[in-house]
Ligand binder design. Structure first.
Ligand SMILES: [Zn+2]
Length: 461
């Protein structure tokens, strides 16, 4: 982020926030978007259920009914799921396309755990209940309804606008990888499933443009030993060696890092947080080497992860009998790696910290890859700020970095900048994304429709 943009973000953070400007949305469009969402939730698009292709077909049907050329929409099957690419042809095919991404699959939901069947959508008290009602079928429905409307109105983008929907974002991400390979010529990606706003007691919180994600990485530490009878202890006990290694990891702190996004995000936080933590946030944004600010923020579990790579023990196993010396002991470490740091470098650091060459450290195949931060592009910042301010005048719009991982990871790794710019403002902690009784507020529909209309017209022109 340039100094100017940072200053602008800070100024916005200080501005008072007026009440939401109700966006003018055609009631017929609202109804259609709601129907697409309700219908969408009824497809049980969890891993292994095989219903993603049917959901993709349904979405294609909505676009075709609005006048889209069926030949511009392709659905490809892959490992029991599918991905969809819908191309809205622009007037200048030589320009790099604008991609809007989302995912059609959802996290598993068990009938016995929920109050009602998670795949029988229910509309009640102003909410649509069901697995995926928010993540990510809300935004997918809003974008599809908007793309259908734009076609009905006869709008033609200046460059190709491409809707790219993955089918296994919550699991293996193979369709995401395929989409990123197919769309490496894109100028940028607007990811529906990231960033965005939220409400606290009905009032909007600062809007985040997600421009970076930490890399998710699982490592396994393994210690082996000849073992023996427990009546005859030896100094090479595998459980003790593993415990010592984990102790070293617990004491270790990765070095502080920052980028344009985290400095701007922490600066914005500093505007609303009081006391020593607020002061530290402001000082860190100006000077990331400020030792006192680093110490204060590192001691805070909410801010520490934004400052550095973290690795933490999450699982252990070892031994095979109560009366035998363990032949094997192992532990899982989950790391969230600061953007730009290769995961192999983290593995090497862990080996140095453990300082026991007899312990093996291997990177698990967790489907995650290293991805850089996206640059803060003025065109994206301006378009998103305009769309957000039309709804919430003066609301702070700030870059954000997530702990990972979304579809953006594969696009960023392929060199295509990607920005999480969700259009939904939902009450904090009320959506139950990935949890029980997930629900989307119907009151959020018009704002999201307005948001996508504004973004597509501005960045697609
Ligand atoms: Zn999601």
């Amino acid at each position: 982020m340039s100094r100017t943009l940072l200053a602008a973000a800070l100024a916005l953070g200080l501005a008072s926030t007026a009440a939401a400007a109700p966006p003018r949305v055609d009631p017929a469009l609202h109804d259609q978007a709601l129907q697409i969402l309700i219908k969408g939730v009824s497809f049980r698009t969890v891993q292994g259920a095989g219903q993603v292709p049917a959901y993709a077909d349904y979405l294609k049907g909505v676009l075709v009914q609005a006048g889209w050329n069926p030949a511009d929409i392709t659905i490809e099957s892959m490992d029991g799921t599918a991905f969809l690419i819908a191309r809205y042809p622009g007037t200048d095919p030589t320009r790099k396309p604008l991609v809007v991404s989302g995912h059609m699959d959802v996290v598993e939901a068990k009938r016995e755990d929920w109050e009602r069947d998670p795949f029988t959508p229910v509309v009640e008290n102003g909410y649509v209940y069901g697995r995926g009602a928010v993540d990510d079928k809300f935004e997918v429905s809003m974008v599809v309804a908007t793309l259908a409307k734009l076609k009905r109105e006869g709008w033609t983008p200046g460059r190709d606008v491409i809707l790219a929907l993955s089918g296994d974002e919550e699991t293996a991400m193979k369709t995401t990888a395929a989409l990123a390979r197919r769309l490496t010529n894109a100028d940028l990606v607007l990811n529906t499933d990231g960033g965005g706003g939220a409400l606290k007691d009905g009032k909007p919180l600062p809007y985040g443009i997600q421009g970076a994600e930490k890399t998710y990485a699982d490592f396994t530490l393994t210690v082996t030993d000849p073992g023996g009878h427990s009546s005859r202890p030896t100094p090479t006990n595998a459980i003790y060696r593993l415990a010592r290694a984990l102790d070293h990891i617990a004491d270790y702190r990765f070095p502080t890092m920052s980028n344009d996004i985290t400095r701007a995000a922490l600066a914005a936080e500093g505007q609303s947080v009081a006391g020593p933590v607020g002061a530290a946030l402001k000082r860190f944004a100006i000077d990331p080497n400020d030792a006192q600010a680093v110490a204060t923020l590192s001691a805070d579990a909410d801010y520490n992860p934004t400052l550095r790579t973290t690795c933490v023990a999450t699982m252990i196993s070892g031994g095979h009998a109560p009366n035998a010396l363990p032949q094997k002991a192992s532990a899982k470490l989950n790391c969230r790696i600061f953007p730009g740091t290769p995961s192999e470098k983290v593995r090497e650091t862990l080996a140095q910290v453990i300082a026991d060459p007899t312990i093996t450290i291997t990177r698990d195949d967790d489907g995650s890859i290293d991805s850089p931060a996206s640059p803060l592009r003025p065109d994206v910042m301006a378009a998103v700020t305009k769309a957000v301010h039309a709804r919430y005048p003066g609301l702070a719009v700030v870059p954000s970095q997530d702990a990972g991982a979304s579809d953006s990871m594969y696009f960023r790794a392929a060199g295509v900048p990607s920005y999480g710019v969700s259009g939904l403002f939902a009450e904090m902690g009320q959506s139950y994304v990935h949890g029980l009784n997930e629900k989307a507020p119907i009151a959020g529909i018009d704002g999201a429709l307005f948001h996508w209309d504004s973004l597509l017209r501005d960045l697609g022109k």
